[in-house]
Design a protein around this ligand. Structure first.
Ligand code: AMP
Ligand code: TRP
Length: 355
């Protein structure tokens, strides 16, 4: 089973573990990914033993282009480092580099009911968009692979073992519930092996909506280019998108989710990026109008993302270094995953190879 986690920051108790994953399915992460998830990945590495995985196996559950996948995987990894995920402290790796993910997914798939998998709402949504001919079995078993991702890194059960924390958005809650169910079922059938992981919604995670349709989530698949701000976007278009974001009738910069969804979304972005309470922003912009507010927000977004863009391009310019960091991440992740999988193989009843 996974070795005991080493204390971080000199504390006596081992730091709790955190695991999260993100798909390399876009040319850049967007503002929603950043404020809703990735920024928390950066802060969690201070207090946790962190494992962050770019889930390229998940990315092939829908049709893809091999060259594009390869590029996007590297761009995703480079962006994580550029945002401040520290390769010294966090284990950052590509899912396909650790074959135990696919292997454990097989075992867990054999513990999952067909009907149970069919009740996953994300599968129902995605498959209804693809049509049955375009829906792969991989898309159906996607949540089982996600369960394997997570369970490979759960700590060994012990008297004071802390559950693995999995920071995910609301849309992933059902997958996490399935993960817990499968962990419990495995333990029941084969003996206690996994500590059930916990969904973890870190403080400060914000839900960001589309700049053009502020009642819908900012989303790489559903948003129009004008509705979404990419982390790697050039400064000119980035500024324009914020300036052209849909605001509402009226002129007051006030938070009102029902009547002023557009302004409310911009206030949330502003507040999250600057670390200022929304009430203080309302006071600051009282009587100032939308123009000045948006201008300042555009500057704030630029100031946040410009260094990230530059650092990402720098990292992508040195592929050998990026590959070295990836190899090291894979090696560290493997150390844990291999041990978990050895236990699983043994518990399930596979014969040992005798080495
Ligand atoms: P996705 O791009 O949908 O695969 O999401 C990757 C991560 O970003 C997940 O943890 C999501 O919960 C988070 N995320 C995606 N879109 C948003 C958004 N508009 N607001 C906040 N978080 C988001
Ligand atoms: N399904 C997740 C998403 O779409 C990505 C993911 C894959 C994941 N494996 C994971 C997230 C394990 C957390 C833990 O966002």
């Amino acid at each position: 089973m996974p070795e005991a986690s080493s204390p971080i920051g000199g504390t006596a108790a081992p730091a709790p573990r955190v695991f999260s994953g993100i798909q390399p399915t876009a040319d850049s992460f967007h503002l929603g990914n950043y404020l809703g998830a990735l920024r928390q990945w950066v802060s969690l590495q201070d207090s946790h033993e962190a494992f962050y995985c770019v889930v390229d196996l998940h990315a092939i559950t829908v049709e893809h282009d091999p060259a594009v996948l390869r590029r996007r995987t590297k761009v995703a990894i480079a962006q994580l480092f550029a945002m401040g995920v520290d390769p010294e402290r966090a284990t950052v790796f590509a899912q396909s580099h650790v074959p135990e993910h696919a292997e454990l997914a097989w075992v867990l798939g054999c513990l999952t009911g067909f009907g149970e998998a069919g009740r996953m709402t994300q599968f129902k949504d995605k498959s209804s968009k693809q049509g049955s001919a375009g829906t792969s079995v991989g898309l159906f078993t996607y949540p089982i692979l996600q369960a394997a991702d997570i369970l490979l890194y759960t700590p060994e059960p012990g008297p004071d073992e802390q559950a693995l924390r999995v920071p995910v958005g609301e849309d992933q809650r059902q997958h996490l519930e399935l993960t817990r169910t499968l962990a419990g079922r495995f333990n029941h059938r084969f003996g206690t092996t996994f500590v059930e992981p916990e969904a973890y919604i870190p403080a400060g995670a914000a839900k960001i909506t589309d700049l053009q349709e502020p009642t819908a989530k900012m989303s790489k698949s559903a948003s129009s280019p004008q509705g979404i701000v990419d982390v790697l976007e050039e400064p000119g278009p980035m500024r324009k998108k914020i300036m052209r974001a849909v605001t509402d009738t009226g002129t007051e910069v006030v938070y009102d989710e029902e009547k002023k969804a557009g302004v409310t979304n911009l206030l949330r972005i502003y507040s999250a990026l600057e670390g200022t309470a929304i009430g203080d922003l309302e006071t600051r912009y009282a009587g100032a109008g939308y123009g000045q507010f948006k201008k300042d927000l555009a500057q704030l977004v630029l100031d946040t993302f410009t260094p990230i863009r530059e650092r990402t391009l720098e990292l992508l310019g040195d592929e050998a270094e990026l590959d070295r960091l990836l190899a090291r991440g894979a090696e560290r992740a493997s150390r844990v995953a291999v041990r978990t999988m050895e236990t699983v193989r043994d518990r399930v009843g596979f014969v040992g190879r005798g080495h």
